[in-house]
Write a protein that binds this ligand. Structure first.
Ligand SMILES: O=C(O)[C@H](O)[C@@H](O)[C@@H](O)C(=O)NO
Ligand SMILES: [Mg+2]
Length: 382
């Protein structure tokens, strides 16, 4: 099955998610956003798809890297294609990013799964067809009735538990929110949520990512009193020694790295340095589904869990194939937004959750996205 073409369709769709000046999403007025659908077509007509921000898979990236490496290759030689692209990253002047690599690799997996008429998670190992989800909140805000006070976090947490979630992760306040960063406010939000949901719900925090060691130590010690399940990205992840120091000084599990580059390579060094108790990798951030699987397998070899970063089909493809991931990150959630409503270009969401907080993995071929091709065709902008 030779790869014949790699194409990108950019289309617009309505959204109520806006980004702040640090790139974090919050609810906002409805606006039209743009999305790119990356399509890999094989010589027998089989197609594979992934969705990406248009700038990540812009024409320069597709023409300069994707087409030159993929076209003419056997689509089943996915690892060879991935290695060839990954090696080009060094000489790409930072134009071939981990995220671009992730999205083209995901489309390749989707193509393979569609060709074999099997879900990717089953192709990769088929460990499970269901997974418990944690509710991952948006970052805090200053929206009255939103996530602007500890009590509003507590009230939202109660709603999430009523919806079925058995675990909740708080993204707390970060700049540009006026009073952030604020370790004491972070702790107050965590304490209010623990008070509201009781002792049987797993709680985690993912707060401001640039605290000092002493600020992170203070928060961590307070979280231990609240029996939090993990402490995520409180400091700059480029400083692995800071995380090793923090993990040495706290009993609460430290999880990471999430946003650090270096794919599965950097994560091996984190394990060796004792910089985390739980590994983390996302299929959009470490170069795709296979590198995420490599991180999960590395973690398993050291008796560690690997909590997959982010929601979506690619995350589920990995989680369905491995044992050492306890949760699916379902989010990001906010009181003002209904997560269960699919985006206009999808007929249904890929991660439906029942009243017990269990997400059933997609049974369709490939990544299992229920794509509304007619909508995309009617809303194509380039
Ligand atoms: O806003 C962001 O940085 C991301 O959405 C991130 O917060 C979120 O994906 C995350 O950290 N999950 O663990
Ligand atoms: Mg995170």
């Amino acid at each position: 099955m030779k790869i014949e073409s790699v194409n990108v369709t950019v289309f617009q769709y309505p959204t109520r998610r806006v980004s702040d000046t640090a790139g974090h999403s919050h609810p906002g007025p409805e606006s039209m956003a743009k999305m790119a659908m990356l399509t890999i077509t094989a010589d027998d007509g089989t197609k594979g798809y992934s969705f990406a921000p248009p700038e990540v898979v812009r024409p320069f990236v597709v023409n300069t890297f994707f087409r030159k490496v993929l076209v003419g290759q056997d689509a089943f030689n996915r690892e060879r294609i991935w290695q060839d692209l990954a090696h080009w990253q060094r000489g790409s002047a930072h134009q071939l990013t981990e995220r671009a690599l992730s999205f083209v690799e995901q489309a390749l997996w989707d193509l393979i799964g569609r060709k074999l008429n099997m879900p990717v998670w089953k192709l990769l190992g088929g460990f499970r067809d269901k997974v418990p989800a944690y509710g991952s909140t948006m970052c805090g805000d200053d929206l009255p009735g939103g996530l602007s006070t500890p009590d509003e976090y507590a009230s939202f947490a109660e709603k999430l538990v009523a919806r079925g979630y058995k675990a909740i992760k708080l993204h707390t306040w970060m700049p540009p929110v006026s009073f952030a960063p604020n370790p004491k406010m972070d702790v107050k939000a965590c304490a209010a949520v623990r008070e509201a949901v009781g002792p049987d719900i797993d709680l985690m925090i993912d707060g401001y990512h640039w605290y000092s060691r002493t600020e992170a130590l203070y928060i961590g010690k307070e979280l231990e009193k609240l029996d939090f399940a993990w402490f995520e990205e409180p400091m700059e992840e480029e400083s692995m020694s800071s995380y090793a120091w923090l993990a040495e000084n706290l009993s609460i599990p430290i999880i990471g790295p999430e946003s650090l580059g270096g794919k599965h390579h950097s994560r091996a060094d984190w394990v060796k340095a004792g910089a985390c108790d739980i590994l983390r990798a996302g299929a959009n951030g470490v170069g795709g589904i296979s590198p995420t699987l490599k991180v999960a397998n590395l973690a398993e070899s050291f008796g560690m869990d690997c909590e997959v970063h982010g929601n979506g089909a690619a995350s589920l493809a990995v989680i369905g194939a491995i044992k050492n991931c306890r949760w699916y990150e379902r989010g990001l959630l906010h009181p003002f937004l209904d997560y269960d409503v699919p985006a206009a270009y999808l007929n249904s969401i890929v991660d439906p959750m029942d009243e017990n907080g269990i997400v059933s993995l997609p049974t369709g071929p490939g990544l299992g996205e229920d794509i509304n091709f007619a909508y995309i065709e009617n809303n194509t902008v380039s």
